[in-house]
Design a protein around this ligand. Structure first.
Ligand code: F3S
Length: 280
């Protein structure tokens, strides 16, 4: 059995950096991540051994506790609240997301209305909205922009980092038609498209594909859908405990891909089990 791992798979830069920062700041005292630092329960459990615990509100948080802001970022008011509470902030916002916050703040200060292309319920978008000093509107589709009736003068258009390039292009066309004074800054991060493209090309080459990652991770689910549309022998496992090696014994070449929230050690453990048990 030959195993090929996709060129781009597993942790993206921002998630890896956030976890490294949390671990670096860990000690015998518990430190808290505000929300799940990653959509992968195996990694969250591993981080618990470093006394890193997720919290979902700030109730009961004491002065001088340490709170990690995850890679999705947080609105300005979260920082203000934590500073007022004298909480020690470890800011692990991905630098690409941080750039969006700076652009939102700078352009809104200069009188621009901000248009964000993305999902208004996503934590990254909610965080970015919280840096605007003026109007900010989120659009999930070009149709929503066509229907938009608000009065705007000059506009800055930005993207949620994980949207598809095709959605950005379609929205750009509509906005160009509708508004005159517009600045477009494409803030899509390449991590998602690199993982999708390398899954797409690997799925064409192999007998079966294994997609590894958390069931709650939307980017991993997307990789599964892409792979399945190309290779019907595509399987989605969260970790080594779920895989039934027997199923793969008749395949010569197996491709592996993993979402941006899947730790390398989870991939390694699964590959090891596959190789060891397929020889038995
Ligand atoms: Fe950052 Fe891109 Fe990952 S924006 S968190 S490196 S998907």
């Amino acid at each position: 059995m030959k195993i090929i791992i996709a060129d781009h798979s597993g942790f993206c830069y921002g998630v890896k950096r956030a976890i490294d920062l949390a671990v670096k700041n860990s000690s015998s005292n518990t430190i808290y991540s505000y929300g799940d630092i990653i959509h992968n329960k195996d990694e969250i459990n591993r981080l618990k051994s470093f006394n890193i615990e997720p919290i979902y509100n700030f109730e009961g948080l004491k002065e001088k506790s340490k709170v990690v802001i995850r890679s999705h970022g947080e609105p300005r008011e979260t920082y203000e609240y934590l500073e007022e509470k004298k909480v020690d902030i470890v800011d692990a916002t991905c630098p690409y997301v941080k750039r969006i916050h700076s652009l939102v703040e700078e352009y809104s200060r200069n009188g621009f209305t901000i248009f964000m292309i993305g999902n208004r319920d996503h934590p990254e978008v909610r965080a970015s909205m919280g840096w605007s000093l003026g109007d900010i509107f989120v659009f999930a589709s070009p149709e929503e922009i066509v229907d938009f009736q608000g009065k705007v003068d000059k506009v800055l258009v930005l993207a949620q980092t994980t949207i598809k390039a095709s959605l950005w292009n379609e929205c750009e066309e509509v906005i160009k038609d509708k508004y005159k004074d517009v600045v477009f800054i494409n803030t899509i991060c390449s991590a998602t498209s690199l993982r999708q493209n390398s899954t797409r090309s690997l799925a064409k080459e192999v007998d079966a594909m294994l997609i590894i990652g958390g069931k709650k991770s939307s980017n991993t689910k997307k990789l599964y859908d892409i792979s399945l549309s190309i290779n019907p022998n595509t399987y989605f496992y969260e970790n080594k405990n779920e895989i039934i090696v027997q199923k793969f014994k008749n395949y010569d070449i197996i491709g592996i891909s993993a979402g941006a929230s899947t730790p390398k050690w989870v991939i390694d453990e699964l590959v090891e089990k596959l190789l060891n048990e397929s020889e038995e």
